[in-house]
Every structure is written in C-alpha cells, then in structure tokens.
Design a protein around this ligand. Sequence first.
Ligand SMILES: [Ca+2]
Length: 480
Amino acid sequence: MHALGTILIALTSASLLAGAESRPNILLCLSDDQSWPHASAYGAPVIKTPVFDRVAREGVLFNHAYCAAPSCTPSRSAILTGQDIWRVGEGGQLFGTLPAAHPVYTDLLAENGYHVGYSDKGWAPGSLEAGGRTSNGAGPNYKNFGEFIASSPKGRPWCFWFGSRDPHRGYKKGSGVESGMDPSDVSVPAYLPDTPEVRGDLCDYFFEIQRFDQQVGRMLEQIEAAGQLDNTLVVITSDNGMPFPRAKANLYDSGTRMPMAICWPKRVKGGRTIDDFVNLTDLAPTFLEAAGVRVPGVMTGRSLMGILTSDESGNVEPGRDAVITGRERHAWCRVGGTGYPARMIRTHDFLYIRNYQPDRWPAGDYRIVTNEGHFGDVDNSPSKRFLLEHKSDYPRLFELSFGKRRGEELYDCGKDPDQLNNLAFEPDYQKTLQELSKRLTAHLKSSGDPRETEGETLWDSWPYHGRNNWPLLESTSRSD
Ligand SMILES: [Ca+2]
C-alpha cells in the first residue's frame, strides 16, 4: 500500500476515534399498528401517552409522518433500508424476505463502531434465510433493553431498536374500560360504525398504546440513570396504521399516517411542531448522518437532520410538501395469492391513490369458509365482526371497508379528513387529479418502480413465507 493511503486510513481511524464520544446513541421505539393521531400530544381524547408527549415537548412533534407501506414487513424493510418498498424486492410485502444485497442502517452503524441490537419485534414477519441473512436486519437480538445496555462497551455509542408488539391484535376484551377509560369520550373515525362494540374495541387498542408508552418510559429512565439521555437521539413512531377496517393495509391516512416524536437534547431545540411531510424511509439517512456515516446513494429517504437542527417550527424544508407510499401483497387472501397493488401521493390538501388492479378485492376475496374467514386483509376483531354482521344497517361503511374500489381515488383532506368521498371522477377536480397523477408517476419512474417501468411485475409470484390460512383458496372462492 502507498504511504499516502496508509496515512489517510490512519487519519480516518483517528478522526473516528476522536469523534466517537460525540456521536449520539440512537434509540428507535416502534409500536406495531398505531395510527396518527393516537397520542395525547396530538390532542386525542381518552388516550394518555405521557412519555411520547415528553419526547415531543422536549424535542420535535411531527404532524405529517408517513410509513412507506401500511403493513409490518414492508414498512420495517423500508425503515431499515431507507428505501421505497418497490426498490427492495421481496422486502416489499408481508411475509417476504429482506434481501441481503440492500444495505441497512444497523449494519452500517455496526461497521462504524456502534454497538447495535434490538428486542422484541425486529424486521418481521418473514424469512430472513430466504434473503441470505443470518441475523435480523434490526441487529443482534437481546432479551430486553436492560440486557443490551449492560452489554454495551464503555465509550462506544449504541443503536437500539425496540420493536414493541403493542398495539397489534389480539386484545384483551374490555381492558381499556377496565383501566378507567370512558368509551363515551372516544372519537370514532367516520369510516367505522359508532357503536358500543367499536368504542370498546378502540379503548382496548388505546390500552395497548399506553402500555407501549410505559415500556418506552422505562427505557428512558434507564438511559437517564446512566447519564446518557443528553446525547441520545430518541425516535418514537409506529410501523403502520391501526388494525381496524379501512385502516391497516390501506393507503388512507388511517393506514399510513404515523405518530412521531423525536428528541436529542444535546443537538435538537425542543418545543417544536413540524408540518413538513416526512417518510419513515427518512430515518435511516437521519441516523447515518447523525453518526457521521456516509449515506448510501441507493437510499431514497432524505435525512431529517436539517429539520432537527433548525430552530424553526411549521414548514421547515422546501420540497417536503408531499409523501409517496405504496402497497403490494399484505395477507394471503386472494385467489392465486395475489395482492392489491396501489400507490399514493399525499399533499397537504389532497390524497390521490392509484389502484393498479381495481378488479380485485381490496380487503381480500369475499369467501364463505368460516365466520372469521372473509376479507383477510382486515384483522379479525370485534369491529370487523360487527360490520360484517350488520352489513345491511351500515351499507356505505361496509362498502368503504370491503367493497371494490375505482382505479383512481382522490380525497379533499380539508373537507373530508377521514377520506370517504372519492372525487376522482368529479369534473371540478380533474385538474388537481392530473397534476397529482403526473407527479406520482414521475416519482415512481425515477425511483425505478416496476409497476411503472415494466409491463409485468413479480410481486404476486414471490413466496409468502407465512402460514397459508386459506387452504381452500382455489376451490371455494366466489366473487360477489
Ligand atoms: Ca404492524
């Protein structure tokens, strides 16, 4: 090796060592199936999330954070790789895999001296082996944060992924009310029937969000006790929307808009609320930049460090006026194991959705197998059961959750915050629709989405590494 090269390597190592103490610890706390605005910092009634609220108060609260896909596996693939789901192959759908060829921020931090680990739900669900990985993309597994922090070498920064299993179903029925919640105070989204069954189900969901909040609180106490909170970058968010009809696995706000709060006392001015549109793919480049690690060119996310280190509130960075996300196969619930491919663009005023296969059932095929067996993209739940059993009392809500959809959907988010009235075929909205459609297509093409760049796509033929709950799929399906 040339002498100059040796000197450069020595200098690089020396500067890394010199900077090691100033590099932040990174803590990502991810709930499982929590929608915006279900945290008390957003003013949501009934629910109390003092830890999330504290991080928002001492740091930054995001009003427009969106997951990259409204489904566990693809959302987690996108967080780890910092890429849109259509760029990560079989990582882009539920029970897929995470191909080893895609760099993940956890590996990059480990290669640069970080102590890395995760507990509970990491990259999941799916098959890591199928993608050529020998360990979880979220890092080595630890029993809990306490075990991780105790094993953390002195003087080295750490990066931890806490993947809670709350508020994923199932719920203990009545747990919300038993904990003291008053169901009459619940704000029921307009896409759900306002009934005692649904209000009770929402309370049980809130109960688990509060349990997640308490878990995060105990971790922050440990970090404070170790005197490390000042230089720890803490992110609290969720992987996808709540497990209710027309929410999780859908591209409406109910499925993709996430609560998110970030603090880092040493570097980030607190007490700010941000209106910029951000994607959870932005987290990987944020963590890398905070750690002084080069962000790979393949990452489509954009670091949030500019927002975090600014003094501003509201709209901070130009160009962050929209997010683009998508959906491929969620559950195995259609004839032939197909998905419901769709992409969306969300701006401040509008949500535009493109459904590539409107002939398919968005919530899964309607099949007579068991009472629980309909519409497999919607988690079984008291709310789902109520809507199925009272279809004739709530025909519109039933259609909105389970019926077929048009190839294009457009919602006026100011007038219709729950996104119920599709304006895509209204003459007054054609100009808006054309503009959003053009912008969506341009982004999908430039980011290499096969749905736009290739005639035939592979998603429906990729393996589903989960239990097939539909053994009679080919023979008993009907399409009414
Ligand atoms: Ca989830």
